[in-house]
Design a protein around this ligand. Structure first.
Ligand code: G
Ligand code: G
Ligand code: MN
Ligand code: NA
Length: 254
């Protein structure tokens, strides 16, 4: 109950912060994007999103929180592009299934894009495979409206759900994020290599780019590069960084 009420007041109390985890081109290892990850610091502590996001989804707070998060993504996109021009990284943002059921979502996103001057084509919405398949017909219409704003859509945690190829082909997708579980298995299990290989070939045939998340060592990275994965993200490269740390990294690289 404390957490539910706390989440309801967290925005006005200014308790949320964002982190950016760099996403690199697998070939050049240049930073091309970043995933925005939410952090909550209620008075005297920190609560992990793994704990509070499911509660926010259940209680409905994820709707206003998700709008706040999207606005942070817009502000970041605008700032990075002002500083770095065409070389600026794109920003990737997690969107919960619950947000898609909010009637005002599309208009609110449209408004925030206009207000901030963010480029929608450089904002990637990450939706989990499970949430995309939960209410397929309804989600299809919302996703097409979001894509109509110019926003990009990625399937997060790909490989853990049960989407059919036919369903995937109806979604306006740009990227697949292959789940950490398969990346983790790359240097241990033959079947993980087969799965990553199959996902990369399928994505290429569908004209989608593949991001591997949770890359923790050089051996996993080697497999991913050889298997034709486009982008990599994980502790082997960078942990989630504060906005200032991320900007410093971009300045160093530039
Ligand atoms: O950031 P990691 O640190 O611990 O995130 C844990 C989980 O919380 C992941 O499943 C991640 O997708 C989710 N998450 C992190 N930030 C956000 C956010 O802004 N919105 C939503 N819906 N989920 C988030
Ligand atoms: O579910 P989603 O993919 O949005 O989750 C992102 C989560 O993965 C965040 O909690 C982030 O901190 C975490 N993460 C990012 N890189 C790594 C990694 O290399 N290993 C592990 N175990 N977790 C990671
Ligand atoms: Mn994600
Ligand atoms: Na994921």
């Amino acid at each position: 109950l404390d957490i539910i009420n706390g989440l309801r007041q967290a925005i006005e109390r200014d308790e949320f912060q964002v982190r950016f985890q760099p996403i690199l081109c697998a070939q050049s290892q240049i930073v091309r994007g970043a995933e925005l990850l939410l952090r909550w610091f209620p008075s005297g502590g920190e609560v992990s999103p793994a704990h509070f996001v499911p509660i926010a989804e259940m209680s409905g707070s994820i709707v206003p929180i998700g709008k706040w998060v999207f606005r942070q993504a817009c502000l970041a996109e605008r700032e990075w592009r002002d500083r770095f021009g065409v070389e600026a990284p794109y920003v990737s943002v997690n969107v919960s299934a619950r947000q898609l059921n909010d009637e005002s979502l599309v208009e609110e996103f449209r408004g925030m894009l206009a207000e901030t001057g963010a480029d929608p084509e450089r904002i990637l919405l990450e939706l989990t495979e499970t949430s995309l398949m939960s209410d397929v017909i309804f989600n299809l219409s919302v996703l097409h409206q979001l894509a109509g704003l110019g926003l990009r859509v990625a399937v997060d945690d790909f490989g853990t759900g049960y989407s059919s190829l036919a369903q995937l082909l109806r979604l306006p997708l740009s990227k697949l994020k292959i789940d950490r579980e398969f990346v983790d298995g790359l240097d241990k299990r033959h079947d993980s290599r087969a799965i990553v290989h199959a996902v990369c070939s399928m994505a290429r045939a569908m004209n989608l780019e593949v991001i591997a998340e949770g890359v923790e060592n050089a051996s996993q990275f080697g497999y991913l590069r050889d298997l034709g994965c486009d982008y990599v993200q994980g502790f082997h490269f960078y942990r989630p960084l504060s906005p200032d740390e991320f900007l410093a990294l971009l300045h160093e690289a530039g």
